[in-house]
Design a binder for this molecule. Sequence first.
Ligand code: SAM
Length: 176
Amino acid sequence: MREKAPKRLVDLGCGTGVLGLVAARLLPEAEILLVDADARAVECARRNAVRLGVEGRCRVLWWDAREKPPETGFDFALVNPPFHHRGPEVDLAPALALFQSLAVWLKRNGRALLVANRTLPYEAPLARQGEVVQVADVRGYKLLSLNRSARSSGARGRKAPGPRSGGSSRSPIRSR
Ligand SMILES: C[S@@+](CC[C@H](N)C(=O)[O-])C[C@H]1O[C@@H](n2cnc3c(N)ncnc32)[C@H](O)[C@@H]1O
């Protein structure tokens, strides 16, 4: 069965806006909110929205994952979570805060697609928000799907492969 195209999407940690703006081009009916805690990223994503002619349907806001989301009721979230804070050490705290915020951003039956370095242990913390399934694994990156409606079924999704489930740790691969 074909899935209904999402109408309201949020791009969490949008950076230049690549995920949310591509979604805007692919989904001409959709309204997209892009958010990031870096003021330069916010400005850059805004400019890119104008360049692509989608600024009428794409809003870009400053938002830090440690703060309460300013809006709610989205049916889809796109996330490439941050995993460095200051320097090369892996720091999962911003990503974990961002995962928690999904419960507010998304509707009860909302979904999220997350792209991440294959080594990052996101499955277990995400499973607290709903059912997690890995939908792709390509060239060192994995694509995870989170389905909030399956929350009551607990952590039925794929579990994190190792004992690292949060906090700071080293990773052999760095993508940002
Ligand atoms: C891995 S980059 C992804 C950027 C873009 N979405 C992409 O796919 O290229 C993570 C983004 O999260 C943002 N970020 C880091 N800490 C954050 C926080 N506490 N709250 C919100 N965004 C944060 C960074 O500024 C960065 O733009």
